[in-house]
Write a protein that binds this ligand. Structure first.
Ligand SMILES: C[S@@+](CC[C@H](N)C(=O)[O-])C[C@H]1O[C@@H](n2cnc3c(N)ncnc32)[C@H](O)[C@@H]1O
Length: 252
C-alpha cells in the first residue's frame, strides 16, 4: 500500500471508528458466515497461535473468540484505535499496514474479514499468509466482490475500494500451498430511505476514503435524483453488498 493510500484509509477508519460498530450490519453477517464456514470445514476448536488482520472494532474477533479457544491471539489494524479491540479480547496488538508489516510466522490460523478490499495487492497478502501458515494451519478470509456498491459505481462514484476481487481469485491466490475447503459469495441488498442515507451509512462505516471531492448542494441533488431514477423502489433505495469468502487449509 502506498503511504498516501494507507494514510487516507487509516484516517477514514479512525474518523468512523466509533460509529462503525453499530452501522456495520453487513460486516457482522460476513464475520459470522466466515466463522460458520470455518467450523463446517472441520477446523479444530482450539488454536495455539492465531493472527487476525484488519480487526477494526472486532466483529470477526468476537465471532472467532466465541467459537474458538486461543492460546495466543494477535490482532492487527492500520488504525491504532483498534488496540481497544485487542484489549477487550485479551489479545496482543500489532499496529500497522499488513501489506508491509512483518507479521508473526508459523500461525495455525490467519483470519480477516472485510479488509482485503482496502489493500493495493490483496493477492500478495493472501499468498504470503498461505506460505507462512504452519503445516495443517487454516486460513479464513473474506473480502468483497466486483458487484460491491454497484449502484455507486454505475453513477460514477469513486467510493469503491481498490481491491475488490472475485471469489475464484481468492482460491487461485492460495492454491499453491493450501487446499480450499470452502468458498462462497452472496449479493445482499440493504435498503435506505433516501440516497442521502446511503452516503451517511458509508461515512459511518468508514467507506469514504476514496470518495474525493466536496458534496455541493447541487451535486448532492443530482446524485439523489440519479440514484432514485436508476434504482428507486417503493421501499427505498438499495445498496448492494457482495461479500466473498474462503476457508483453506495448509497441506500438512
Ligand atoms: C471494514 S473494516 C472491518 C473490520 C473488522 N474486521 C470487521 O469485520 O468488522 C476494515 C478494517 O481494515 C483496516 N485496514 C484497512 N487497510 C489496512 C491495512 N493495510 N492494514 C491493516 N488494516 C487495514 C481498517 O482500519 C478497518 O479497521
Amino acid at each position: 500500500m502506498t503511504p498516501q493510500h494507507s494514510d487516507r484509509v487509516r484516517r477514514s477508519f479512525s474518523r468512523s471508528f466509533d460509529s462503525y460498530h453499530a452501522a456495520a450490519d453487513q460486516q457482522v453477517w460476513v464475520a459470522d458466515r466466515l466463522v460458520t464456514a470455518l467450523r463446517d470445514a472441520g477446523a479444530p476448536t482450539q488454536f495455539h497461535r492465531a493472527f487476525e488482520f484488519g480487526c477494526g472494532t472486532g466483529h470477526l474477533t468476537r465471532a472467532l473468540t466465541e467459537a474458538y479457544g486461543f492460546d495466543q491471539l494477535t490482532l492487527n489494524d492500520l488504525t491504532p484505535d483498534a488496540r481497544a479491540t485487542a484489549k477487550a479480547h485479551g489479545a496482543s496488538f500489532l499496529p500497522g499496514d499488513v501489506e508491509t508489516l512483518a507479521w508473526p510466522a508459523g500461525m495455525e490460523l490467519v483470519a480477516s474479514a472485510s479488509t482485503i478490499q482496502w489493500l493495493n495487492d490483496p493477492m500478495r497478502v493472501l499468498r504470503a499468509a498461505a506460505e507462512e501458515l504452519a503445516p495443517g494451519g487454516w486460513l479464513a478470509v473474506s473480502g468483497f466482490g466486483p458487484d460491491q456498491y454497484r449502484e455507486l459505481a454505475q453513477l460514477g462514484s469513486k467510493a469503491a475500494a481498490p481491491g475488490l476481487c472475485a471469489v475464484e481469485a481468492l482460491a487461485e491466490a492460495v492454491s499453491e500451498h493450501l487446499e480450499v475447503m470452502a468458498m462462497g459469495e452472496a449479493r445482499r441488498l440493504q435498503l435506505f430511505p433516501t440516497p442521502v442515507d446511503v452516503l451517511r451509512h458509508l461515512r459511518r462505516t468508514g467507506v469514504n476514503a476514496r470518495a474525493q471531492g466536496a458534496w455541493s448542494k447541487s451535486r448532492l441533488a443530482r446524485f439523489s435524483t440519479d440514484y432514485i431514477r436508476a434504482f428507486g423502489t417503493e421501499e427505498g433505495v438499495p445498496l448492494t453488498y457482495h461479500p466473498v469468502w474462503i476457508v483453506a487449509r495448509k497441506r500438512g
